[in-house]
Every structure is written in C-alpha cells, then in structure tokens.
Design a protein around this ligand. Structure first.
Ligand code: ADP
Ligand code: MG
Length: 885
C-alpha cells in the first residue's frame, strides 16, 4: 500500500483530504472511464511531512519513481526520451480551493535534449520552442525564485525589436533566442543553471509546491477563508496534452448548467488552437461553447455526454476544464461548480424534479444568505452612467429618489408619495424618521459600522456611506461632487448599495421578483417557484417560529406578508421621534406631580393609536411590546448645541433654559450609563402605567372591534428578579383597571428581556415572575464582552478580525462559547423553574444563519429579526431542523 503517492485509478472523490480537490476529481473521473490524461497525485500527507521536517519523506522518491514508470507505460512515452518525450504538468491543490498556491507548471520534461524530439513528434517546431521557452520562464520564476519582470521585459524588448505586438508574431528563431536569454537570466540571478534533467525538474517542482503552502499569499488567503494552516497541499503530476496543435485542437471550460441563472443546458467558453492558460489569461477572446458544436460536432457530443455523466454522478452542477488535441477530447479537471444565489435555488429544485436529489438534499443546497441576496432590488443594467461618487457599500440594494438634506423633508416627501434619498454628513438618532421614510441613505462620513450603515442594514434600507468626495452644503441645500457637479435638493439620484455608488438621474430598476413572489405568494418564474418550494418545505420541518422586529404598522404588515409569525420586538421609543419628541420633553420638564401627570397623559393617545394599528396588522399573532428602554437624555437636544443657543440668544428662550437644566441633570445622572430600561421605569413614576395603559386600551379597542389582539409586555434590562416583580405588579394593576373600565377581558403576558449576564445567571428566579423570556442578544453580547458593536468592528481594535483573535464579529454571529453559554444556562434554569416558559430571541442574531442554527439547538422557541430577514430565518430554521436529525 502506497503511502505518499496514488495513481489516479487508486483514488476517488472521498479522498479530497489526501489528494486535494483536484486530485480527487481526476481520480474519480478516471474511475468513471472519462478521458483523463494519465497521472498520479502526491498526497497532502507528504506535504505535511515536508513542512514539519523540512525535507521530503525518504520513501517519496521511490514512490514517485514507481508511479512515473507506470505513467510512462500508459502514455507510451518516456520522461527525457529524446525522440518522443513525455511531458508533464505539475499542479497544486489542497482540500479547499485556495488562491495563493504555486501556479501550475506545464511542460516539465523539456530540455535542450528533448525539445527537438517534441518538434519532430508533433511536427511543430515553433510549438516545441514556445513550450520550452514557457517552461524555462515559469520554472525560473516559481521554482527558482527569479523576478518575473526580468522575463517579461526581455520579451517586450524582443517584440519591440521585431515590430511585433503579440507573442504569437515571434518566429521560431526568436523563441530559441528567448529560451537562451531566459536560461542566462536564471543563471545570473540564482547562480544555478536551469535543470536539464527532467527527473530533477519534476522533484524540484514538487518541492516548490510543498513550500508554497507557507507562502505569504497562501497564508493570508487561509486566514481570510478560515482554512486551517496544517492541512497541506497535494501535488498532481499528469501527462501533458496539447490544445495548441492547430485545427481540431483547442481548450475550454464547461458547466453542466448556467452558473449565473441556473438554466438547464451546457454553458461555457472555448478557445480554438490554445492551451488552457490562454483562456484564463485572456490573451484571446474565447467563443461560446455552442461554437464547438459547429467546429467539432463529434467532440461536442462527447463532451455533453461526459458532462451529463458527471452531473448524474455528483448530483450537482459540475464544471470541467477540457482540451481537444487533434480531435481527441481530454478532461483536465472537474469540481462542483460555484454559482450565484439565483442559480443555487434553481439548480437545487431542478435536480429534485429530475430525480437526482431528494427534498431534504435540495433544502440543504440553498441558504439564508442566498435568499437575502435575492430580495434586494437591483439596477437592471450595468448602465454606463458614471457615478457621481463612490463610497462604502453599506447596505445592498438599489434605490432611486429625490435628494433631501434633512429628516423632516424626507418624511414630508414620503408622505406625499415621493421617494427620497436622505443625504447627510453622518446620521444621528434624530434622523431616524427620515431614514425610515427615505428609500436610501447617503452619507459623506463614516464607515461600515457608522450609525447610518448599521441602522440602514437593520431596516433593509439601501445605504452608501462615507462618500467622501461629496461636499454637503446643508444651508444651500445642495451638494457638490468631486468633479464639481452641483446636485440640488429635489434632483433625482440613484443609489446602488450593492456597488457603493451614487448616480445622477434614475437608473432603470428591476424589482426583485422573488421579493414580490414571497409577499404575494404568486410564482412568477422558475426562480421564485424554487424559492417558494424551499420555504414551504422549511416551514413544515422547522421547530423554531420566526417573528419580526417591527415598530410601525407598515413594517408589521410587510413582515407578516413575508411569513412572520408575530412581532418579537416592538420598540416604543421609535414612537417618540419627530414631532412627538416634544411630548417626552414636556414630561421631563414637568414641574410637580400634577404637571407630570398631565404630560404623561398626553403620551397616551398617540401610543394607543400606534398599538391599535400594529395589533390590527398582526391580528391573531403575538406582538411583544418593549417598554421604553433608552435613557431619557437621548430624547433631548444636544447639550452643546443647547448651551450655545442659550448663550447667544437675548433674551434666551425660557424653554431652552429649562431644557438645558434638564439636559445637564440627565447628563450627570447618566454618567452612570445604566439609567435606562427597567431602572427608568422605576425611577419615573407613572411611566410604566401610561405605557401599559396605552397597550391595554389598544387591546380592549381591538377586542371591541372583533379582533384577536395578542399583546405581550416586555420589560427591558432586568438584572434582578426584584425589578421585574415591582414593574410587573404595577402593570398588572393597570391591566386590571382597564379591564374593569372597558368590560373587556384584557390579559397580556408579562415577560422580560434577558440581556444582562446577571439575568441569564439568575434566570431560574426571574422565571417565577415572567411569562416569557426574550434574549436581547445584542445587549447580552455587549455586556458579556464589555464591548460595543463599533469597538468590535473598528479596524483599530486589537481584537478585530484581521488579527485572528476573533474569527468574526460576535455582534454578527452569536458567540456560542461565551454568550451562547449564558443563553443555554438561562434556557435550562428558566425551564426548570417554569416548564412552559416561552423563550425567544430579539437581537439581530435572530436573522443570522449560523446563529439561527445555534438557537435551534439551544431549545429556543422563536427568533425575531428585521422583516426583510424573516424569509432567510425561516429557511435556516428549516435547515437547522434537518441538520439536527
Ligand atoms: P488551477 O488550479 O489554476 O485551475 P490547473 O492545475 O487546473 O490550475 O492548471 C491550469 C491550466 O493548466 C489548466 O487550465 C489546464 O489547461 C492546464 N493544464 C494543466 N494540466 C494540464 C495537462 N496535463 N495538459 C494540458 N494542460 C494542462
Ligand atoms: Mg484548473
């Protein structure tokens, strides 16, 4: 039994760990009887041995020699034979496809003694010398470490001297000359001669492939793709075939289906009279594969047959690299083809219909990330409308609207049915109403994690941020682009959140068919049909319910159309933005009990009407309403701004003076950042009562109207059971009062958020006073790590992904080891105290695929996320259920 070398016929597809993806694919095709040039693969085990000891394992030489002898017998040629030499390619490749490894070396075996033999055997002297020249160049730069620029400059110089523009205009004598010059360069630069012994060439190439595993480029790629450093690469050695022998020769790439759309039918490119590397380097334009049908019909049919064989065998989209050598077809590589989100859905469900895979497998072939991508509208064409500016593609999608420079104008225009693009230097919580109203948000400052970016992503709003070349003139209501173009308020622009660009005018939009199909249930083609099939299967098998985070009736209705089974988080603070901020200000400024009660009473009607509308939109489904959470000073004007206003006005507005005093008071108190959530509820008498009353009256109203309201009251930031007990008692009292006043049986479950480690650790006690738990995983992550989201994602942070300390942001994918452990403890101890306690998740993790899988395993009842992530969460919940069985 060989240890380090496997002939193609000895391997198979299961052996990718040992033979690399490429080696395993070649072995499998050989077993299937496909025309693969003969060869063998040196295993990753040999590479690992080389990397630990610094030399090849002693047995390797003998094993390679034995495999080479077998290869020579099969090929009927000998390495180094001067009449009809065997030439080899040396190809790298580990378990995972990974850029940065050593490039393939073609034509190993050519040397001064064999080059004329090749010329005679092929009848093409030019080809022989061109191949030799390429080998010397390739070998020199990849194996012997000579600067590639030296070779390039020599070629350029010679072409100039000959008045040639293309390589193929050089004559055979020129190629001979180049070969000699290249050999001289190698000798001069490395102090060594280009090896004339083909066996020596082979061994040196193998060693160079091993060493390239630890090259800098390879290491960087591994880190980026989370590929372990200790896997090593395999090396595949294969007899060369030639696609550049004139007519009936050529090379190409073919897919079993269209990898962009998933459409059935062969797809690919073909380049007549060329070697494979010419396709990639793009020296000449390839023609569509259909052209091969015309040029070499028999080969085309043969290729189609092989592709069908491969697809049936792998039960998936495959791609191949192939070469036609004087009419003889050779397959040089196959793998499972990469595909777009669109193709992933279509192919999975077409394969299901074709009987190649079952339903379960089809669902495992698509994922939430694919689905989310399909929901964004996009610009229909790659319009040649040059962008006004480029910034960071912060939140994908395409939007067209009129430029506005402040939140209020965005709200006004949206109310009038006019789409708006909100342009700000940067956004603050004050801009929220405008961000909600606008189609897109464009900022000139801030990065991927800026307020604008984070909020826009959360809402599924298109966003480009940090478009630094734009100058915003807030007063003049216009902006100037880097090239001096003036854009005035009201001018139409197009924002491409996928590309990070802004364009003047309205680029044509293509609404996402899939999004429409999901909302209406109407299938508009094979893609949306596939998506709906995947989702309905996921819905049947999933155990997790999926709710949405929604604060407005419109979002609630949309979420429901997208399949949300309720609202997991309805934030009340969004109800006090814009004009209603004055109500909160009045409450803060109120002097004495009766003034405060009056101010509180003013909060009641607008809240009640919001809750009524949201409960109507979610009729029959649970709506979890979180009581006011943020610290009060967030509702007040900025301290510095206010101070300036008071100092400069004569006389100052008395209201401003009182506001400033209040802001200063709050500011001091909030030196302790914990004055929010349940603590706020306990500190401001009457605040809980008015909110609960608004909820209860909305419920009573809906009941009177014949609806089935299912409001749930959620207390934020509880750290100790006592806090919950106090607020709960107050809330229950109000519920009872409203029930008595209205004669309706108003009942609302009262539960708590688990967003502090202390709450998770004392969940057993908290559970006795809670009807449900909702894990606020954003807060729980923040408090567990002692980090804000911005900290974790800032490039200056020592724990940022580039350093390898984190594999990703814990704010994006739930940190199972730490935060997840708290969740697990709270679920276990909460349920031990109260068996039927409902457990939900309302942090954005609720819509993130990997986290959804964790919540499934942790025994959570539902996840809640932004409306536009609901379909993705449904899909992943289904996949998680399948993965667990
Ligand atoms: P990559 O991993 O970059 O795809 P490959 O090992 O597939 O590298 O090789 C790159 C190109 O070299 C291939 O597209 C193929 O055309 C050519 N090639 C590799 N092996 C051979 C061979 N035995 N005969 C002819 N061409 C080959
Ligand atoms: Mg390849």
């Amino acid at each position: 039994m060989n240890h380090y070398v496997y002939e193609f016929a000895e391997g198979n597809r299961e052996m990718a760990d040992l033979l690399g993806g490429k080696g395993a694919g070649l072995a499998e095709m050989t077993r299937l009887g496909l025309p693969v040039p003969p060869g063998f693969t040196v295993t990753t085990r040999a590479c690992r041995a080389f990397l630990t000891t610094g030399t090849e394992p002693p047995e390797l030489g003998t094993e390679v020699a034995r495999a080479l002898a077998a290869l020579e017998r099969t090929a009927g040629r000998g390495l180094g034979r001067t009449d009809d030499p065997l030439l080899l390619s040396v190809r790298s490749g580990g378990r995972y496809c990974m850029p940065g490894m050593m490039e393939t070396i073609l034509d190993i075996g050519l040397c001064d003694a064999t080059v004329t033999g090749l010329a005679k055997a092929t009848g093409q002297e030019r080809l022989a010398w061109d191949s030799y020249r390429r080998l010397v160049q390739m070998f020199g730069q990849t194996v012997m470490g000579v600067d590639s620029g030296l070779f390039e400059r020599t070629i350029t110089g010679l072409k100039a001297a000959r008045g040639a523009t293309e390589d193929n205009e050089l004559a055979t004598v020129d190629l001979i000359l180049l070969t000699e010059k290249f050999k001289a360069i190698i000798h001069r630069e490395s102090g060594e001669r280009f090896p004339q012994d083909p066996v020596d060439q082979l061994h040196r190439a193998i060693r160079a492939v091993f060493a390239s595993w630890n090259g800098e480029r390879a290491r960087i790629h591994r880190r980026g793709d989370h590929i372990p450093d200790d896997l090593g690469t395999a090396v595949t050695i294969q007899a060369m075939v030639f696609g550049n022998l004139g007519v009936n020769s050529g090379t190409g790439v073919a897919f079993t289906r269209d990898p962009a759309t998933g459409e059935r039918g062969l797809y690919g490119d073909y380049l007549p009279d060329a070697q494979g590397e010419d396709v990639v380097s793009g020296v000449r334009d390839a023609v569509p594969l259909a052209e091969l049908k015309r040029l070499a019909p028999r080969s085309y049919i043969e290729l189609s047959d092989h592709l069908r064989t491969l697809e049936r065998h792998y039960q998936d989209l495959c791609d191949v690299e192939f070469t036609l050598e004087r009419g003889k077809l050779w397959i040089l590589q196959t793998r499972i083809g990469k595909r777009t989100a669109e193709a992933a859905f279509r192919i999975a469900y077409d394969l299901l219909d074709e009987g190649l895979i079952d339903r379960r497998e089809a669902l495992s072939r698509v994922n939430g990330a694919h689905l989310t991508r399909l929901l964004f509208p996009r610009f229909a064409t790659d319009a040649d409308n040059a962008p006004l500016a480029t910034g960071i593609a912060a939140s994908p999608g395409a939007a067209v609207g009129a430029v506005v420079f402040d939140s209020a104008t965005a709200v006004r225009r949206a109310a009038a049915g006019e789409p708006a693009v909100l342009v700000r230097k940067e956004t603050t919580p004050d801009d929220l109403p405008g961000m909600i109203a606008a189609q897109a948000v464009l900022t000139t400052r801030g990065g991927r994690t800026s307020h604008a970016a984070a909020v826009a992503r959360g809402m599924g709003r298109v966003c480009v941020c940090g478009a630094a070349s734009l100058v915003v003139d807030q007063e003049g209501r216009r902006l100037t682009t880097g090239s001096g173009v003036l854009v005035h308020e009201g001018d139409t622009v197009s924002v491409d959140g996928t590309a990070g660009t802004v364009h003047l005018g309205a680029l044509p939009l293509a609404a996402s068919d899939v999004g429409r199909a999901l909302e209406t249930g109407e299938q508009s083609g094979p893609l949306s049909e596939a998506v709906l099939r995947a989702l309905s299967h996921a819905d049947v098998v999933r155990r997790l319910d999926v709710r949405a985070n929604a604060d407005t009736p419109e979002d609630a209705a949309r979420a429901r159309r997208l399949g949300a089974q309720g609202i997991g988080l309805c934030r009340t603070e969004h109800m006090f933005l814009g004009e209603r901020k004055a109500l909160i200000e009045a409450m803060i400024l109120a002097d004495g009990e009766s003034a405060r009660e009056e101010a509180l009473a003013d909060l009641l009607p607008p809240q009640r009407s919001d809750f009524t509308a949201i409960l109507a939109a979610m009729d029959g489904l649970p709506v979890t309403i979180r009581l006011l959470d943020p610290p009060l000073h967030e509702f007040l004007p900025d301290r510095t701004e206010l101070a300036v206003r008071v100092a400069t006005a004569t006389p100052p507005d008395p209201r401003d003076v009182r506001l400033l005093a209040a802001v200063e008071r709050m500011h001091e108190r909030n030196a302790m950042p914990g004055m929010r959530g349940v603590r706020l509820a306990l500190a401001v008498p009457g605040l809980v009562a008015v909110q609960v009353r608004a909820i209860a009256e909305a419920v009573a109203q809906r009941m009177r109207d014949g609806g089935s309201p299912r409001a749930e009251i959620m207390i934020p930031l509880v750290g100790a059971v006592e806090e919950l007990r106090l607020v709960r008692a107050e809330a229950e009292q109000v519920l009872a009062q409203v029930a008595a006043e209205t004669g309706q049986a108003v009942r609302c479950p009262i539960g708590t958020m688990i967003e502090l480690p202390r709450a998770a650790l004392t969940a057993g006690r908290i559970a006795r006073h809670a009807d449900f738990f909702s894990f606020g995983t954003n807060g729980l992550t923040r408090t567990t790590w002692g980090l804000s989201r911005d900290d974790a994602e800032a490039s200056s942070f020592p724990g940022c992904p580039d350093t390898g300390l984190f594999t990703g942001s814990p704010f994006e994918t739930l940190d199972e080891e730490g935060v997840g452990r708290l969740v697990t403890i709270a679920v276990r101890e909460g349920r031990a105290a109260k068996a039927h306690l409902t457990m939900g998740v309302c942090g954005e993790h609720g819509g993130e695929p990997a986290s959804v899988h964790f919540f499934h395993r942790a025994g959570i009842d539902y996840v809640s996320c932004s409306p536009f992530r609901v379909p993705s969460a449904r899909l992943e919940a289904g996949r998680a259920a399948l993965a667990a069985t």
